[in-house]
Design a protein around this ligand. Sequence first.
Ligand code: ATP
Ligand code: MG
Length: 433
Amino acid sequence: MSTVALKDVTKVWPGGTLAVDRVSMDVNDGEFLVLLGPSGCGKSTVLRMIAGLEDPTAGEILLNGAPVMDVPPRDRSIAMVFQDFALYPHMTVGDNIGFPLKLSGVDPAPRMERVGDVASALGIAEVLGRKPGQLSGGQRQRVAMGRAIVRRPGLFLMDEPLSNLDSGLRAELRAEITGLTRELGVTTMYVTHDQAEALTMADRVAIMRRGVLQDIGTPTEVYGRPATLYVAAFLGAPRMNLLEAQVYVHLDRYVTLNFGEQALYLPWTDIRARAVARYHGERIVVGVRAEALTPVSPDTQGDVLHGRIRFLEHHGHESLAFLDIGATAIVVDELGGKAPQQAVPGGALRRVGSALQRLTGRGERSAVATLEPAQRTSVLNDPGRHHRRPAELAVRLAPYPAVSPGHPLSVAVRMDALHFFDDRGDRIDIGWR
Ligand SMILES: Nc1ncnc2c1ncn2[C@@H]1O[C@H](COP(=O)(O)OP(=O)(O)OP(=O)(O)O)[C@@H](O)[C@H]1O
Ligand SMILES: [Mg+2]
């Protein structure tokens, strides 16, 4: 059984790439923690440092409360499964799974028994005599998992173990992996760039971007109250609608969120109105997920937005309408694909060193906050990370809606489900953390 703690862990690769930037987190005993983020954000680097395959440039890693810097990988009681695991092709499944036990000198009889137990738990007991070449992709993946857990590790590290499998098998194995690790009670850190996988499997999700931990919490917390604009945009399908709004305060009666051609009104009685009112005269980002929008008749009074359907997407169980509402959308970059390299000008180590001296709570946010005002780049005006375009408001409709592109459509907005972010991409909320 294991706990993991990262304290301001930083990794700068020899070339100057800042792969992991002052990441701090605690993983509880028996917890299933998913590390989520786009390609290149530093997920594998975090796992490899915990496993002892790489050394952090700065910061501390503790296993069961004790620093592990001087503990060699084989003594960390960690098992790791990689995306491109390799099985021994000339050995049977049973021998593959039992190999780590053989290496540590376990006698054949208890070894076979343990292999049998693991194979049954993974549903591959009937193929123990086969060679890897005679297995399906999913079975091979199970063998790799079996080989990793057979020594009963205290900590299980899995780096995109399902990414080579087709979607049906992935879904099946997801449930098996969480079932198995919970049954064994083994602490697990699981890497993926698939937000749906993260939300379905995790006890808690840690979202990374460019080496910085953006948010950590239960799936409900990070989906329901994302800490940053990036997290809001990353989680959920369809993606959260992110609209630019100008804030006007009206004599302590309500706060107008002006989207351009139309507006919504946050009553002063709404507990978040005061926090939003501080942005009077400024632009903020208002986030609203499709599930907070309900189609209504055009003469409905209240919190309603009117638009025209630009296009429809049919997803079988539902359709999505994308509405032109005369507003501006904020598009968050780097939600997938390769993140740009982060070469730090002027000596990466020096900058990281001084950055470490600042006591940071939440990564990028605090890093930005400590810059001089002139250096501060607004998220809204930084085209490298976010950009604007005419909004296409995603709205959920029935599978075969009686509307088509060009039709007008009005939607009621659940005001309590709105999310507010400032121009740095940080959440605006009353008493927010
Ligand atoms: N051995 C290395 N030497 C130099 N740079 C590296 C090395 N390994 C990784 N990097 C760089 O560090 C950054 C983080 O890489 P990492 O492999 O941790 O990303 P990741 O989140 O696991 O991405 P993916 O989802 O593509 O696996 C990237 O910019 C990557 O190019
Ligand atoms: Mg990786």
